[in-house]
Design a protein around this ligand. Structure first.
Ligand code: ADP
Length: 161
C-alpha cells in the first residue's frame, strides 16, 4: 500500500491545500494530512480546531485522513508507515524552502521521498496568512476555503477585534 503524508500548519486549511490533497490522493493509496502541533509561526486556530477543520473538509474523501503530530515530519512518516511527503509548490518562494527542507529530510531519512505538486493556477496567490489578514479586515473569503473554515474564520476574527 502506498501512503504519503501531507504535513503543514493548516491554519486554517484552504482550497489550495485541499486541491493538493485531492490530487495526491490519485497518486497514492492513502494520504494522511499531518497537522503540525507546534508550527514555528503565529497560529490563529488551536491544534484541535485546525485538525477538526481539516477533517470536515475531507469528510467525503475516502482515501484521505488527518491527524496531528509533533516533532520531525520524517519521524511521523515512519510512524505512519508512509513512503513519501507531499507538498504544494506555489510560484516563487516555496521552491527554495521546500528544496532546503527536502535535502535536510533526505539526510535524516534517506528512504523518504518528497513529491511536490504544482499549485493550481487559481490558488497561486492563496496563503493561510493572507487569508487571515483579509478575513480580519472584513474581506470576502468564501470562495477560497471550505464552508466550515469560512464560518470558523469569521467567528474567530470577530472575537479578536
Ligand atoms: P507550512 O507552515 O509547513 O508551510 P502550510 O499550512 O502553510 O504549512 O502549508 C502546507 C503545504 O501546503 C505546503 O507545502 C505549502 O506550500 C502548501 N500550500 C500552501 N498554500 C497553498 C496553496 N494555495 N495551494 C497549494 N499548496 C499550498
Amino acid at each position: 500500500m502506498t501512503i504519503a503524508v501531507y504535513p503543514g500548519a493548516f491554519d486554517p486549511i484552504t482550497n489550495g491545500h485541499l486541491d493538493i490533497a485531492i490530487r495526491a490522493a490519485k497518486l497514492f493509496d492513502k494520504i494522511i494530512i499531518g497537522v503540525y502541533d507546534t508550527p514555528a509561526k503565529d497560529i490563529l486556530f488551536t491544534t484541535e480546531e485546525r485538525l477538526d477543520l481539516v477533517r470536515q473538509a475531507i469528510a467525503d474523501l475516502p482515501n484521505i485522513e488527518a491527524t496531528c503530530f509533533s516533532g520531525l515530519a520524517v519521524d511521523f512518516v515512519k510512524e505512519a508507515g508512509a513512503q513519501a511527503i507531499v507538498r504544494g509548490l506555489r510560484v516563487g518562494a516555496d521552491f527554495e524552502r521546500e528544496f532546503e527542507m527536502a535535502l535536510m529530510n533526505k539526510k535524516l531519512s534517506p528512504d523518504c521521498e518528497l513529491v511536490c505538486l504544482m499549485t493550481n493556477l487559481k490558488y497561486q496567490f492563496l496563503s493561510s496568512s493572507l487569508l487571515k489578514e483579509v478575513a480580519s479586515l472584513g474581506g470576502q473569503i468564501d470562495s477560497l476555503v471550505p464552508r466550515a473554515v469560512a464560518v470558523a474564520l469569521k467567528k474567530k476574527v470577530r472575537r479578536k477585534v
